[in-house]
Design a protein around this ligand. Structure first.
Ligand code: FE2
Ligand code: FE2
Length: 271
């Protein structure tokens, strides 16, 4: 049996040095064999440093995906280059889009990708929502809405492509699959302020390309058990998309990072 602590949207850049140390000390004391971090760890210039610091203090595997804030004040390319370098030289940091399928026990595996609000749910062109991503991520600078929609589709498709391959393979080989994302792949789990997101927010709060892949593949594997963990909207909720596909969305508050849940993974023989 192993215990995994799930965190999401910890936004460590909102903490003072002292708060960061206290939080990490608290994490260290958790009875957990490993940690899952579902993105929005810091911002572009700080995310690698925070991950390094967590690794040095926790000294246990840290499986993670990146969220939109992890690219703020930087670009996709710059952050990816830094994260690649970081994980290549790290013992415990496991960037899920890079590692693919992680076996947790003989019947359970873990996969993950940050996903991205891909502009396909809700009403993108009439949405009044002003998202910081478009000002703070260099790749989006000066894009009009048409170009932005193409870029969001591209980011969604990348996540969809990842899951098309890895989710299918995971279901073929494991009875239970744990999936970690940052953005919800479904409208139903894109909770926002206690309700599911409206047409203004949905283009940015859910990733349809990934959701379509999960729906299509899950239908062919009714005997498998899938738990998907996401975050991004900071509003907690739980929903069954299918009987065998449960989605948990993390709650979060800036400056108050916390463990969402300790997940218990049992071996085949004891359930
Ligand atoms: Fe967040
Ligand atoms: Fe986010």
């Amino acid at each position: 049996m192993q215990k995994i602590a799930w965190l999401s949207d910890i936004h460590l850049n909102f903490l003072t040095r002292q708060e960061l140390e206290q939080f990490t000390q608290k994490l260290s004391g958790f009875d957990a064999d490993s940690f899952l971090i579902g993105g929005d760890i810091g911002e572009g210039p700080s995310v690698s440093e925070y991950l390094s610091y967590l690794e040095s203090q926790l000294k246990r595997p840290i499986f993670f995906v990146l969220g939109n804030h992890d690219f703020y004040h930087s670009s996709f390319k710059q952050v990816y280059v830094e994260i690649y370098k970081l994980v290549a030289n790290s013992k415990y940091l496991k960037w899920l889009p890079k590692v693919g399928i992680v076996e947790l026990s003989s019947n359970t595996c873990l996969i993950g990708h940050g996903c991205w609000g891909d502009g396909r749910y809700g009403d993108f062109f009439n949405s009044k929502l002003e998202v910081m991503d478009t000002w703070l991520i260099k790749d989006f600078a000066h894009m009009d809405k048409t170009r932005l929609s193409h870029k969001l589709h591209e980011l969604g498709d990348e996540a969809g492509g990842f899951f098309q391959f890895h989710f299918l393979e995971a279901l073929q080989h494991y009875k239970k699959v744990l999936v970690l994302t940052h953005v919800s792949p479904f409208i139903e789990s894109a909770w926002y302020r206690g309700h599911t997101s409206d047409d203004d927010a949905l283009p940015y709060f859910a990733c349809k390309a990934a959701g379509d892949v999960f729906r299509k593949i899950t239908r062919d594997y009714p005997d498998r058990n899938i738990t998907l963990l996401c975050g991004h909207t900071h509003s907690p909720g739980e929903v069954h998309i299918y009987d065998n596909l449960l989605v948990k969305t993390a709650g979060a508050k800036y400056g108050k990072p916390e463990v969402q849940e300790i997940l218990v993974v049992k071996n085949k023989n004891n359930g």
